[in-house]
Design a protein around this ligand. Structure first.
Ligand SMILES: *Cc1c(COP(=O)(O)O)cnc(C)c1O
Length: 432
């Protein structure tokens, strides 16, 4: 708080496309899509109109014990675009809530089926699933989570298959195989205690780290073999971000439970959802006195304005063939990022579609990080701000997540700023 108050705050007044404007009239690129949300840019006429249209019907009525029109239409649409086999939608208002619901659903699924003892979760080190206490219990970023540890339920944490830094080896194949072997050992030893495993297909807040290709497919196979539910958290990766509608599609995987939020409304309003299969749903489908209800609900669940804009967002995806366009543009983006790789303090440039992490290191050869007190990530982002782009780092990983609508020209201009800021700040680290 002290630092925030000492610094000059940016107070946003308006936005348009990929640009934001503050109250002093400064303009910036929205280089992280307003923290990983924005899809088609700001003030999109079709999305604005969808909200105005819905206002002429109703802004909100409860979803508890009843339904509403846009919530039904959106659920239908989500099932249509989700990996095959996901058939039911449970709404909430944020990614963290979608995760809470996933955890409770997985836990109770086994209870409702009369299976005792499957009460634990497996997660990955450096995982991030949101800031509520359940989501933090399956999270594993010490900086954010350590202080709350006495409040949390225990979970089994295994290393994420991070090819840049892994105890399992240096190649994607070694890391994949080593990590999967460890997962299988855990499943063998403790499978009877495990309700579910939760994963991010690209570790987001942990540093923008994609899984090796084929990893998720093997994980799906192991979860099925050991009777463990697979929860895939697509809150950051969903809705085109990685060049597929959902990151699961890269590996042809259908999870038992999938969480979505962030891009679902194009970055307009807080809607989230937990999707699941008929198999999981059926375990809750029972007479009242069997007490199999999933007791969970939020006041604003299924909000009509949010669902209406989410529907308009998904229509725009189709009209603009946005997912395949992102897949194409991401190839050009990789070319624009190439010069950054050769900077002397850039250890790794990771990219999954429009999800980019640039890891800064003191020593490229040994991958030795900068002392955290130097706050290189923060300093690079501060320089970007001076140069006209707003970013938010993850320690020494500079995150670049432009809106999916960004044109090649806009991507070029943004990556030029990125290059200049990283070069200026890191090539002259003597000036601290
Ligand atoms: C952002 C995020 C969340 C939390 O979503 P909120 O809407 O901020 O609560 C959960 N999981 C992942 C993977 C995320 O990136």
């Amino acid at each position: 708080m002290k630092e925030y108050l000492a610094d000059e705050p940016v107070i946003i007044e308006s936005g348009s496309g990929c640009r934001l404007r503050d109250v002093k009239g400064h303009e910036y690129w929205d280089g992280v899509s307003s923290v990983w949300l924005n899809v088609h840019g700001h003030r999109v006429p079709e999305l604005d109109a969808a909200i105005r249209r819905q206002l002429d019907y109703i802004a909100h009525s409860t979803l508890l014990g009843m339904a509403n029109v846009p919530a039904i239409l959106l659920a239908e649409k989500l099932i249509q675009i989700a990996p095959p086999g996901l058939a039911k939608v449970f709404y909430s208002d944020s990614g963290a809530e979608a995760v809470e619901i996933a955890l409770k659903m997985a836990f109770q699924y086994w209870k409702n089926r009369g299976v005792d003892g499957k009460t634990t979760f497996v997660t990955m080190r450096e995982a991030y699933h949101g800031d509520t206490v359940g989501a933090v219990s399956v999270g594993s970023i010490d900086l954010f989570h350590q202080v709350y540890s006495p409040l949390l339920f225990p979970s089994i944490k295994i290393p994420f298959p991070n090819v840049y830094r892994s105890p399992f080896g240096d190649t994607a194949e070694e890391v994949k195989n080593g990590s999967l072997k460890m997962v299988e050992e855990v499943f063998q030893q403790r499978g009877d205690e495990i309700a579910a495993m939760i994963v991010e297909p690209v570790q987001g807040a942990g540093g923008m780290i994609p899984m090796p290709a084929g990893y998720l497919r093997e994980l799906r196979r192991l979860c099925s073999a050991y009777d463990i539910l697979l929860i895939v958290d697509e809150v950051a990766t969903g809705f085109g971000r990685t060049g597929k509608m959902f990151a699961c599609e890269h590996d042809g995987v259908t999870p038992d439970i999938m969480t979505v939020a962030k891009g679902i409304t194009g970055g307009y309003l807080p809607i989230a959802a937990t999707l699941t299969t008929d198999t999981v749903y059926d375990a809750f489908y029972a007479d009242y006195d069997e007490l199999k209800t999933l007791y969970h609900g939020h006041s604003y669940t299924g909000n009509q304005l949010g669902c209406a804009v989410a529907l308009a967002n998904l229509e725009l995806f189709e009209q603009k063939k946005l997912v395949s366009e992102v897949e194409q543009k991401a190839k050009e983006l990789a070319v624009y990022l190439e010069p950054i790789r050769s900077l002397s303090h850039v250890g790794d440039v990771r990219q999954a579609g429009f999800m980019v992490g640039i890891e800064l290191v003191e020593d490229k050869a040994t991958k030795k990080p900068f002392p955290w007190q130097q706050r290189l990530g923060v300093r690079v982002c501060r320089r970007c701000r001076e140069l006209g782009m707003l970013l938010r780092p993850l320690t020494d990983v500079v995150v670049f997540m432009p809106p999916l609508s960004a044109t090649l020209q806009e991507l070029k201009e943004m990556t030029n700023i990125l290059y200049q800021a990283i070069a200026e700040v890191t090539e002259d680290t003597s000036v601290v």
